[in-house]
Design a protein around this ligand. Structure first.
Ligand code: HEC
Length: 148
């Protein structure tokens, strides 16, 4: 009977110890689980990877540039009639030769005033952190120059 009592006591101590340990461990666990923050870091690269910059550039060109620069980049879009100066004609080989890709990137992001041209060429500040889309837009402008 005595031995049984000791055994039960030992069991109780044992359970209490384990019970205690697991209770201590339990609240400690959610913390490291909630800690990993690389998720927000990885997030910005996802939309970029999700959409091909070339596709996005084509869409942006159709949505924002064609109005003034025209479907074929001749500077004859429906919105161009009232503009003075006229939007640039991308199909001019002379103009294509006279500008660098960097210059075109700059005017796309900063607008005409960023390169000392007319404010009628609007800025696209939302593309500042999308260099690959801007580069693809430059390619669109260059391709229209080759298309003639
Ligand atoms: C509201 C009309 C308008 C829209 C929209 C517009 N542009 Fe222009 N753009 C102009 C005008 C006007 C000029 C000529 C500015 C000048 O000669 O002073 C111009 C000039 C340019 C030039 C020539 C710069 C140079 O040095 O000759 C490029 C390249 C250009 N635009 C690209 C774009 C792109 C790409 C878009 C779309 C993201 C766009 N533009 C949207 C009006 C517009």
């Amino acid at each position: 009977m005595r031995e049984e009592g000791i055994c039960v006591a030992a069991l109780v101590v044992c359970l209490a110890t384990f019970g205690c340990t697991s209770k201590e461990a339990a609240p400690a666990e959610p913390e490291p689980a909630a800690e990993p923050t690389p998720t927000p870091e990885a997030a910005p690269s996802e939309p970029v990877a999700a959409k091909d910059p070339a596709v996005e550039a084509e869409e942006i060109f159709k949505a924002r540039c064609v109005t003034c620069h025209g479907e074929k980049g001749k500077g004859d879009g429906p919105g161009s009639a009232a503009l003075n100066p006229k939007p640039r004609d991308y199909t001019s080989a002379e103009w294509q030769k006279s500008v660098t890709d960097e210059h075109i990137e700059k005017i796309i992001i900063g607008g005409g005033t960023a390169v000392g041209l007319s404010a009628l060429m609007p800025p696209n500040p939302d593309l500042t952190d999308k260099p690959e889309v801007v580069a693809a837009l430059v390619a669109v402008v260059r391709n229209l120059g080759n298309d003639q």
